[in-house]
Each structure stands twice: as C-alpha cells, then as structure tokens.
Design a protein around this ligand. Structure first.
Ligand SMILES: [Zn+2]
Length: 506
C-alpha cells in the first residue's frame, strides 16, 4: 500500500473538489486508469472520499481544518499523475500570488499585456491570459467575468457594480486554448464541449484566496465560459453598510430583534437581497442575547457564513425548498433565512413558522412591497395567515455610487427638478470619468430601500381582499416612503446620480 502526502499549506481554501474520473485520466494520456486499483481513502479531517472501485470517480475535498491531502493505496501510475497535477496547480497558484498579479492594471494596460502574452506565444499564452484576466477581475472588483466567443474573436467582459463592461478583445486564435485552460482550472471535463457544465476554482490573488464558480455553455461560436467571483474581501456583511438611512436602519433592526415574525424582501435579481439577509443574520448573531441558532435554506449557498447552519437545496435529490425547510424547522432554529419563496408549500411553512416563535427572513418575487403580500395569497396562503405572520416588506435596488475621484457638482435641468421633485439647493454630483472608475464615473454601489411595516389597517385590508392598488395607496398614506424618494435623497447627498436612479428605476 503506497501513501502520498501532499502539504498544501494555505494554498487552497475549503470547498475545493478535484474530480479524477477514469476518462479524465485517459484524456491526459497518463495511462493506467483502466488498471488502476483504488482503495478507500482513510478518513482524515478535511478529506473525504466516495467509495472507490475500478470505475469510480474519486472526489477529494480539501478541508479548511487541515491543508493536507492524503491518498492511500493508489495505483502508482495514477499517483504519479495526481502528483504532477498537484505540482502544476501549485505553480499556477504560486504564479497568481506573484506581485504582478497584485496590482490593478488599467483597461489599456490589460489590453497591452494581453497582446504581449499572445505575441510571445511560448505555449503558455492561454495559461497566462487566464491568470491575468481572472486576477484583474478580482482587483477591479468584478462580480462576474464573461468570455464571449464570436467567430473571429473572444470578448472578455467584467460585470462591475452590476453593469457589464467590455475589457479586452482577444484574437480568435487563442479562443480554443483559453477555453480549455479555463475548464482545466475549474475542473470541468475539457473533452465535453456540447453540454453545459459547472465547476469551481480557488485562486490566491492579492494575498487572499478568492473562489470562482465557473459555468460553460455551448454557443454557435464555441463555448461561452463565465466565472462568478466570490471575494472574501467583499463579503463583509454589515447592516450599517447597506445604505439605509439611520432612521430606517433602527426600524429595521428593531423588527429583526422581535421574537417572531416574517420579514420579506423583494427586488429583481442582483438587487442585493442576499447581502441584506446575510447582514441581518450577522447582526442577530452579534446582538441577540442567548440566540439559540440561526439556519438558512438556500439555492445556492452564496457565502459560507461560518456561524450559521446553511443548507443547500438540491432538487435533483429531492431536497426542495419545502423539504429542506421542514427538516431544518424540526431542529427549531430561532432565526431562519429562506433563499426564496416561490411555491405554496414553502410559503405555507414559512408563514406558519413566523407565527410560532421563529424570525423568518425570505425573498418573494413581486413588483412592489404591497405586491409581495398578494403574491403569497396568489400562491395559495390563506390571507389571515399572511396578515398575521408578515411583519414587514423591504423593497430594494442597488445603485452605483459616484466616483469620488472625478465627481463634479452640477445643476439639475428643469426636467430633472420636476421629475425628482427637487427643492433646489441639492448638491448633485456626476462622475466625469477617470482611470480609477474605468471612465464610468462610478465606483461601488449602495442600496435604496422602501421599508414597509405591516400595520393593522394593512392587515384588515388583506383580510377584506383589497386590491393591489388599494394596498399600495394605503402604504403611501402611511408614508412608508418609496424607492424613488430614498434614491433622490441619496442623489441629493451626492452619493449617487439622478442618471443612475433613472437607469435603475426605469
Ligand atoms: Zn472616476
């Protein structure tokens, strides 16, 4: 029985899986896969493995507790292959940790560096391009990187502050190799190009380990690869940094601290709902005395919150939102976050839980705060249950913040003053565009909100089955504010611009 011990001190973070499938072994031409004999891996902290046989897929997980990887009883030819793979990966990670990848380059510099890499083509062009682009995406604070294939070129785009920006256009000659490299990095099957695939990778950039979630889908011009960036430096969840006014924040946390109730968030995809819920959980963890437990049911789990029991929905294995929620509730958590309510069962269980000693946080797809309540009724929840369980609805959007480096004060036009009901005297700002904001005039984002506590009048109206219009009118009477009013307040303070509010609110 041979034993190989790889020390991977701090190189890779948790949740990294390396799938070594027999076809993968054949593909890289190391041979020996067919005759390989696998024995079960020893159970070591941080290392787990599926039962292995001649044809089994070996899954090795790197735990966060121990940065060691132990493989026992592996056929020598396979062991040699694995060793080589690890060495290659270590050098790739070490390379990303080098100083040139810790400095944010301007878009022009990225373009120039990419051309230099392609020009010196020494067989490593694809590796160097992938490293450079992924590292720069992180340094630019991008949330996604898109590699869009066209017939003669590949366009690399970063999503920054919610908006996709073209960064560099590469010649079609590197398309195939770059795609293969990205698939190798993210442990996707390089030989499968007609199916959609998902994979993960962790790379060390700027002194920290950044997770990437990759997906590849076939298009008529080749595979389109996208990578979502999960940067720990951007995952600090603090209710004080969401962008709520002091008054709204104190109302929001006072509702969170109630022993029971249901707080529902609404807003389109990418409007910051998950961040708000994570920030709320972090607040409760820090401030609620004798808090027994916090749990989540999510699809997908976006960040590992460490102090919360997070459950990932898995429809393929029957662990739907409703099933997962039922199971989690048996353990009686004090606070539960549900990624999304989109079916009757989940809606029923969630609203019941909010009435029986749990604080429930979730999201519901609707066009307005009042629409959230009617959406639950449309899903089949009894109006009295909605009326008695829901404490508040928080509607939100994310707006880009004006770049402090190139901000200029300006006077609004008459049309803007009318549309935004400006009183005059506001200090409106607009970014002129500079190197620091990639000429967009914006850096970072902040939330705009409407927080609507559900009043007794609203409850009665729900029981009487009032219309959406009437419910919305009532919220207006109660002066719960609007997204536009909250946004205008932020534009008047120079945080965002009127142009940005128009873009987000339509
Ligand atoms: Zn700027």
């Amino acid at each position: 029985m041979s034993e190989i011990l790889y020390h991977r001190e701090g190189l890779l973070g948790p949740r990294i899986e390396l799938h070594i499938a027999p076809e993968g072994l054949t593909l890289v031409g190391r041979g020996g896969a067919g005759s390989a004999e696998f024995a079960p891996l020893a159970d070591v902290a941080g290392v787990s493995a599926a039962p292995m046989g001649r044809k089994a897929t070996v899954t090795i997980s790197f735990g966060s507790a121990r940065s060691a990887w132990v493989i026992r009883g592996m056929h020598p030819s396979v062991a040699e292959w694995v060793e080589r793979l690890v060495t290659e990966e270590q050098s790739a990670v070490a390379k990303l940790a080098s100083p040139q990848h810790n400095r944010r380059l301007s878009v022009d510099e990225i373009t120039r560096t990419c051309s230099e890499i392609v020009a010196d083509a020494d067989g490593r062009a694809a590796v160097d391009l992938a490293d450079l682009i992924l590292a720069q995406a992180v340094l630019h604070g991008a949330s996604d990187v898109h590699f869009d294939p066209f017939s003669e070129r590949v366009v690399v785009r970063f999503r920054q502050d919610g908006v996709l920006q073209d960064v560099v256009t590469l010649d079609g000659g590197v398309k195939q190799r770059l795609t293969s490299r990205l698939k190798v990095v993210s442990h996707l099957a390089t030989f499968k190009n007609a199916v959609a695939q998902e994979g993960r990778a962790a790379l060390k950039i700027g002194g920290r380990t950044v997770d990437f979630r990759f997906s590849s889908i076939p298009t008529i011009h080749g595979e389109k690869v996208t990578a979502r960036v999960f940067d720990p430096a951007r995952s600090i969840f603090d209710v004080g940094k969401l962008g709520m006014t002091a008054e709204m924040l104190s109302l929001f946390v006072s509702m969170l601290m109630q022993p029971q109730g249901t707080i529902l968030l609404t807003g389109p995809a990418g409007s910051g709902k998950t961040t708000t819920m994570y920030a709320a959980l972090s607040y409760l963890h820090e401030h609620k005395r004798n808090l027994s437990s916090l749990a989540t049911v999510e699809d997908p789990v976006e960040y590992d919150l460490q102090v919360v029991n997070q459950t990932q929905v898995n429809n393929a294995s029957g662990l739907t939102f409703a099933n997962a929620l039922r199971t989690v509730l048996r353990q009686d958590p004090e606070v539960i976050m549900i990624g999304e309510i989109r079916d009757r069962e989940t809606a029923d269980i969630a609203t019941q839980a909010g009435l029986t000693g749990h604080m429930v946080l979730s999201t519901v797809h609707a066009r307005s705060a009042a629409g959230v309540l009617l959406r639950l009724v449309d899903l089949g929840v009894e109006p009295f249950l909605v009326a008695s369980s829901v404490t508040a609805v928080l509607s939100q959007r994310l707006v880009r913040a004006v770049c402090a480096n190139c901000a200029r004060e300006y006077a609004p036009s008459g049309e803007e003053s009318g549309r935004f009901r400006l009183k005059g005297g506001e200090r409106l700002q607009m970014g002129a565009g500079c190197e620091q904001c990639n000429n967009t005039g914006y850096v970072g984002r902040t939330g705009i909100f409407q927080l609507a506590p559900i009043s007794d009048t609203m409850r009665e109206m729900l029981l009487r089955r009032s219309s959406l219009n009437d419910l919305e009118g009532q919220l207006e009477n109660e002066q719960t504010g609007t997204l536009l009013a909250d946004g205008t307040l932020k534009a008047a303070a120079g945080v965002t611009s009127l142009e940005e509010l128009s873009r987000v609110l339509g």
